[in-house]
Design a protein around this ligand. Sequence first.
Ligand code: PLP
Length: 380
Amino acid sequence: MDFETRAIHAGQEPDPATGAVITPIYQTSTFAQEAVGVHKGYDYARVANPTRTALEVCLASLENAAHGHAFASGVGATSTIMHLIDPGDRVVCVNDVYGGTYRMFSQVYEPKGYRFSYVTPDELSTEAAANVEGARLVWVESPTNPLLNVVDIAAVARAAKDVGALLVVDNTFATPYLQTPLDLGADIVLHSTTKYLGGHSDVVGGFAGTNDPTIAERLRFLQKSLGAVPGPFDSWLVLRGLKTLAVRMERHCYNARVVAAFLQAHPRVTQVLWPGLPEHPGHELAARQMRDFGGMMSFLVESEEEAVDLVSHTEVWTLAESLGGVESLIEHPARMTHASTATGPFAAPTNLVRLSVGIESAEDLVVDLDRALAATRARA
Ligand code: PLP
């Protein structure tokens, strides 16, 4: 079945007990057993819950994964995946990575003896074999956060396989509607479901999917043993979000195209970073491995003062962290989402502004940015 149909139906038969068309929120921590160890597949809700199962089956289907595991947050999924490897192991990570991932790697796992090397998206794509040598795990985002670089997932997957390393792709920015990393050779696909998958900025969640039964079994064990699981209501919110993912992504991509064209023509904007632009260095690669170019975009203005001033003076665009909701958000990565990389090897440029382009009227979004940019100029 096609993506749109699976998004609405996979894992979601009408409820066997009542016929409810929508999967119920099974708000229970435990399940009655007929005799010791005899039950209907559920015994305790940290181990499994039917609402969470529906989400895991549906999202796994969208990622073309045989196995899916839902988590309480994207960070919860990341920390659980890190338990697949051991202190002393080497992780190769793309250097333009979500600030919270870098914070976890550098301040939680590095002090425990895990070793990290950070490589630029370009080096990773073009010299994958040399860069992943000695790695046990390779960590990639594509497009990257916040610079919207594109990594050649298939090339990195081949190189990782050659050295026996696991390739994890954080697919939060692209979503499975635009990109399916397992089809490109990744071992694990990860999401912050907080973003496009939930889609309405009302839930925090995470996900990891794989086609490898051994990895899946270990992740299932770690999910239960480490306990970063989502509650039934949060699982239900993400499941509901998935139903409209395809139509929302179409609109996010359309609006992003309009906003990118506007920003490119604006005299106060020095560079627009969006893989949909033909002059973007990752454009051709993105066109190969993605269905469209997504709703995330960054741009450079002349100074930090101008960037900070601009993000505080939009009206339709809300100044906030996070991304992927129906509403448009604007932020200053260097002081907000990526403050934790400020002292690291890849600080976000201080004159960078990041946009999560929502699904409002594209014209309203452009008019608001135009007004805020003009007001910034007036104050400068
Ligand atoms: N990965 C990416 C690309 C993100 O942007 C984020 C959060 O912003 C995360 C992972 C972490 O997810 P969460 O905030 O759901 O823990």
